[in-house]
Design a protein around this ligand. Structure first.
Ligand SMILES: Nc1nc2c(ncn2[C@@H]2O[C@H](COP(=O)(O)OP(=O)(O)O)[C@@H](O)[C@H]2O)c(=O)[nH]1
Ligand SMILES: [Mg+2]
Length: 298
């Protein structure tokens, strides 16, 4: 598999991790252009998130909070989210062939379910723009290129992911058993503890309510072991698809804002430390002038 990468576009968004945009992007040039421009067209109404989206089941969820972190809310209100609005957060979708990964992405991004959709050829991603708590935010959702057939995906696919979605077919228990291995492969390419993990059971429409509940028991147990949040969805009917991706976006957004705040405060601390050392070394009468000149540099 070849992932074409030419690095960040000048003036474009900041690419999280080592994820770089492919140079040619099949069929999405219009979408790319708008998402690369911070002042692009307004996001569609159903991509506007104002309150924290809820989990699917409290038995396997990443957090039970119903509101944005207080610090995140106030940062968003004061529009002080730094570079968060310019970033693309990388989301990778993994799982066995035919579990419905491409269908899930297509349902969310294009609101279609195409039964005859051909197996994915070549690496592909979709960019979905959101507005969360008043701040623009984009997910870059990567689909595999059919390499999952060989149980081997190039490491560049996983690298720099903020979110890992492991998908399995609710009607095929073997695909659930394989999710642990997919997750291991994806985590190996990322910093420990840096990714949100989701376990998603697909094709919910093929099961009765009772059969779905039964399949979910084992899936929820495994999700807890994997420290993943569990969701059952149907790309065919669209059930839970939007709610699921809204949850992904909100969790990733909140983490991005908090990380940005942390980065900025530690940068300020470093500046402060430097001043402190200089102040100790300086004779008392020059302290003030040194402090103001060093702050002026920054
Ligand atoms: N009934 C049903 N079929 C689905 C659903 N999602 C995918 N499929 C079908 O499952 C097959 C594999 O889907 P695809 O998205 O190509 O799987 P991928 O290989 O994981 O990307 C296709 O025939 C899809 O039409 C779903 O939610 N419900
Ligand atoms: Mg596919």
């Amino acid at each position: 598999m070849v992932i074409a990468a030419r690095g960040a576009y000048p003036g474009g968004p900041i690419w999280e991790g080592s994820a770089s945009p492919p140079t040619s992007h099949r069929g999405h040039s219009g979408r790319m252009r708008s998402s690369l421009t911070p002042l692009g067209p307004p996001v569609s109404r159903d991509r506007i998130i104002t309150s924290f989206p809820k989990w699917y089941t409290p038995d396997a969820c990443l957090q039970l909070k119903e509101h944005f972190h207080g610090q995140v809310s106030s940062t968003c209100q004061s529009r002080n989210t730094g570079t968060v609005g310019l970033r693309l957060s990388k989301v990778v979708v993994v799982g066995d062939l035919y579990v419905g990964k491409t269908s899930l992405i297509h349902r969310f991004c294009k609101n279609v379910f195409d039964r005859d959709y051909k197996a994915t050829i070549g690496v592909d991603f979709e960019i979905e723009r959101f507005e969360i708590a008043g701040i623009p935010y984009s997910l870059q959702i990567w689909d595999t290129a059919g390499q999952e057939k060989f149980k081997c995906i190039a490491s560049a696919y996983y690298r720099g992911a903020q979110v890992i979605i492991t998908a399995f077919d609710l009607t095929d228990v073997q695909t659930l058993e394989h999710t642990r291995q997919w997750l291991e492969d994806a985590l190996r390419e990322n910093e420990p503890g840096s990714c949100f993990v989701f376990l998603v059971g697909t094709k919910k429409d093929l099961l009765s309510g009772a059969a779905c509940e039964q399949a979910e028991v084992e899936a929820v147990r495994l999700a807890s072991e994997m420290r993943a949040e569990y969701w059952s969805v149907s790309a065919k009917t669209g059930e839970n698809v939007k709610a699921f991706f809204s949850r992904v976006a909100a969790l990733a957004f909140e983490q991005s804002v908090l990380q940005d705040l942390e980065r900025r405060s530690s940068a300020q601390l470093q500046v402060g430390d430097g001043d402190l050392i200089r102040m100790e070394e300086s004779p008392p009468e020059t302290q003030e002038s040194k402090t103001s000149s060093s702050l002026g540099c920054c």
